[in-house]
Design a protein around this ligand. Sequence first.
Ligand code: G16
Length: 600
Amino acid sequence: MQLLSGNRLGSLTRSTPVKNPQFSTAVQSRSSRKLSTTMATTVKTVTTKEVATKPIDGQKTGTSGLRKRTQVFMSENYLANWVQSLFYALGDEIVGKTLALGGDGRYFGKEAAQIIIKLAAGNGFKRIVIGKDALLATPAMSALIRRRKLYGGLLMTASHNPGGPDNDFGIKFNYSAGEPAPESITDKIYDETMKISALKFGDLSDVDLSKVGVTAFGSFEVEVVDSVEDYLSTLKEVFDFPLLKSFMARKDFSMVFDGMHAVTGPYAKRILVEELGAPDSSLKDCEPSPTFNGGHPDPNLTYAEELVKIMWGDKAPTMGAASDGDGDRNMILGDHFFITPSDSVAMIAANAEAIPYYKSGLKGVARSMPTSGALDRVASALKLPFFETPTGWKFFGNLMDAGKCSVCGEESFGTGGDHIREKDGIFAVLAWLSILAYKNKSVPEGGKLVGIKDVAMEHWNKYGRNFFSRYDYEEVDSAAAASVMDQVRNIIASSPKGTKLGSFTVDAADDFKYVDPIDGSVAAGQGLRFVFADGSRIIFRLSGTGSAGATIRMYIEQYSNDPTQYEKDAQEALAPIIKVALELSQLEKFTGRERPTVIT
Ligand code: G16
């Protein structure tokens, strides 16, 4: 172990290999007792060194944490300033607490972990629990916090954004229910970043993160844990693993999971292969890489291109799935078939009986505002409480904590439930496997296997189809993006109920505002929307997750209950309303973009 110069705690550091987390608890408490006895006569706590710093502009948290270019994060004190500001914002309540730490394995993550560990020690935390090699998928972090009742956790991730020295890095804080920090905390962090003057580092050496075990520095401890174990235990409480295993063994079923060289590789190996018996050949790109192998780890039809080719190929497997950089997003595909995320959450809710965790029924369901209304129809048919929140998983947390929401989802490839407080890519994969296993219970091997498309067709035949598409214009000049939004605002202001836009009649047009039904907090300015008399919608938002320029998102939705239309291509079905949206926003005129970067 390398020691910082002048570190007098070196003689007390030690590493205890621990294999089983339950056993590890016993080992830790024994080792802490022993160490504190030693410490009583030598060193009581970690020494804190204060380092002067200055505020850095632009450290405002976006939709989910702070995301910037990696070089920005690597510049002097950039990461430390934000983390220290978080600790100042949280105040004395962090003293003596345990903080979880992990990330999606992207470039700079291991160095960042060492900086955060030292700051945590210098600010009074008593313990860090960190995933081996600093890896923790975002849903696994949420599960870890909840299972071990930790104070909270820091995730080093820029999610689906590419990684590497010339791409993105990010950091976000999850609070004690495992949920992304609410705006009341992120606003405070931002205030602190603007007045920060000192960083408090614990005077410790770097910790070896490659081995599971405990390293103690006086009263401060760092426990390196298996990144999968706690999360797997949570998933086993949700799904029927033996049923999934026997379904996976069917010769007429096959799947491919694309880890996109991101964090879920080790999770997929452990869960799909070792626990559920999928063959190794069903895993694609499941070796994590700090640059995601030069790819864009965003599971959509554009960036998961290779998976799409497999699923539209001659010998397509029954099911295809992918997850993103940090494992919270997912994409579900069938043989020549794409399940939109908006449909995915609706279909999971409608088929919740296939998942043992929901055996006593759903408490309620929720979706973000731009997500299609497919879920609304399920909620209405099943008489379930329904909530429409702003974009951002953090808005679901209060509903789940209050026992009002069991399943929720977002069009941005996020699906999840109240087993944790993050969206959960592997959950979505296991949920769809559960639906298939359930629907094929009485189908003998070699019979007509119910596939992903069959589930979708059955659903649309019952509820109708909400055609949905999102156009992303990435890295647009910020001023041009602002002009588009101003233009849309002007049209909203001059479009009272009854106004005709193309062949669509406006029912309501506004800037979405959410009043949290649990704590009454208000989130305004959450998306410009037109709702038409036939239920169709056009929505414009600026993304809160980009790291450079602005990303305009245009969301389009139209409902049909005409069965002859259900198999139509969404772009074809939505062509007239897309035309209206592009015309009213004058997007091309302001941005010079003739077409979007990504269509989903
Ligand atoms: C984050 C949030 C999601 C949100 C998504 C898109 O996802 O956790 O709740 O829907 O960003 O946000 P925006 O439209 O503002 O870019 P992730 O997977 O990037 O963490």
